[in-house]
Design a protein around this ligand. Structure first.
Ligand SMILES: NC(=O)c1ccc[n+]([C@@H]2O[C@H](COP(=O)([O-])OP(=O)(O)OC[C@H]3O[C@@H](n4cnc5c(N)ncnc54)[C@H](O)[C@@H]3O)[C@@H](O)[C@H]2O)c1
Length: 357
């Protein structure tokens, strides 16, 4: 890593979120250089090379052997994440990985071990943490505006996600909506509440009004208990017949010991304190590419300052476990306790410190 610049290699960088969000985000950050792009699509790579003038590779190892890289940013499909994160960590590169980090707990724990052995940082790219509406909500709760949070609800409804027939995500191997996107719902709600999920129970429904949906349930009704004792409810409803392109509605509602706070999609959350006061916390800058740029810059700052990444790896392993547990809860019709990486009754700052050790 040079004095002032950090070099990022983007894997799967010629695809939707890579080319659409990560590459323009990196281009907008003056202290971050695009070291190259890896992708399996020759044609898509040519377009990236023309637009960004960077080296392109069809194989991660060839790229790692050819260019100086500080951070590997993984934007490939879910099934490729674990192997590529392991390869990058074992090569001594820091890793920013699109969600989900892996498709099994075993793979996630192997990444954790490799990161510890190579002394590199791994962060799951939970971009919702960098979006203004969720940030303002999390800030207000962390500042104690509603006292101690005791209940949180996150709802997502919309036919926003459309997957073409040849997409990996439509094959039987895909773990479906609750692992592919459930990471967002669990991570956001737990982050706002400031505590990890401890157990889940879930009901789910398969209903296919359109032909572009993921296999498995597309309506989820999830109860979640948190280590703090707070209770949560997550409703993920993709069982809707809406025209393509209609934006998903996402909302979050938190009840604390001294008030409530909610955001229904506006940039600033509304706080209602029980003394009858209403307020609107200051908003953060918004915009899709901007939130990816903030996320990448934040991870690079942790790398450069050798500090803990904002999204802890142990935290993300617990979030992955919660998503996988929803599948088990539905299959076995029971509540599932969460235990990974280790059962610990600790608050978020203690966990961040532990992760640094
Ligand atoms: N955080 C977010 O808001 C967000 C949004 C969209 C997607 N995602 C995540 O990003 C990842 C990519 O999603 P997408 O929608 O961009 O998919 P995509 O299919 O549009 O793009 C994936 C790209 O990876 C390439 N690829 C496939 N296999 C590869 C391999 N083994 N090595 C390198 N490249 C490979 C493909 O050619 C394609 O260019 C997924 O894990 C998804 O969950 C996150």
């Amino acid at each position: 890593m040079s004095e002032e610049h950090t070099r990022i290699l983007v894997v799967g960088g010629a695809g939707g979120v890579g080319k659409g969000s990560h590459l323009p985000a990196i281009a907008s950050l003056p202290a971050i250089d695009l070291a190259g792009v890896v992708d399996v699509s020759d044609e898509a790579l040519r377009a990236v090379s023309e637009e960004y003038g960077c080296p392109v590779y069809m194989d991660l190892q060839t790229a790692l052997d050819s260019v100086d890289v500080d951070v590997v940013d993984i934007c490939s499909p879910d099934f490729a994440h674990a192997e590529q994160a392991l390869q990058a960590a074992r090569s001594g590169k820091h890793v920013l990985c699109e969600k989900p980090l892996a498709l099994t707990i075993e793979d996630a724990l192997a990444i954790r071990e490799a990161a510890r052995a190579s002394k590199v940082k791994v962060m799951v790219a939970q971009v919702m943490r960098y979006q203004s509406r969720w940030r303002s909500l999390q800030r207000a709760v962390a500042e104690g505006r509603v006292g101690s949070p005791v209940f949180g609800r996150f709802t997502m409804r919309g036919a926003f996600f459309s997957y073409p027939a040849n997409s990996f995500y439509r094959t039987p191997e895909s773990l479906g909506e609750i692992v592919h996107n459930g990471m967002h719902y669990f991570d956001t709600l737990a982050w706002i509440l400031g505590t990890r999920p401890a157990w889940v129970s879930a009901e789910a429904l398969e209903h296919y009004p359109l032909d572009d949906r993921l296999p498995g349930p597309n309506y989820w009704n999830i109860q979640v208990g948190f280590e703090s004792g707070a209770l949560g409810h997550i409703e993920a409803n993709l069982a809707l017949d809406q025209p393509r392109g209609v934006r998903a509605e996402q909302a979050c509602f938190i009840v604390g010991t001294q008030g409530t706070i909610s955001s229904d999609g506006a940039d600033a959350a509304i706080v209602e304190q029980w003394d009858g006061q209403y307020s609107w916390p200051a908003s953060w800058p918004s915009g899709v590419v901007q939130s990816f740029a903030d996320e990448i810059e934040d991870f690079v700052a942790a790398v450069r300052q050798d500090g803990p990444p904002s999204v802890g790896l142990d935290w993300s392993i617990r979030i992955l476990e919660a998503c996988l547990a929803c599948l088990e809860a539905v299959r076995e019709r029971r509540r599932v306790d969460l235990v990974y990486p280790e059962a610990a009754d600790r608050n978020v700052s203690e966990l961040a410190e532990m992760e640094e050790d």
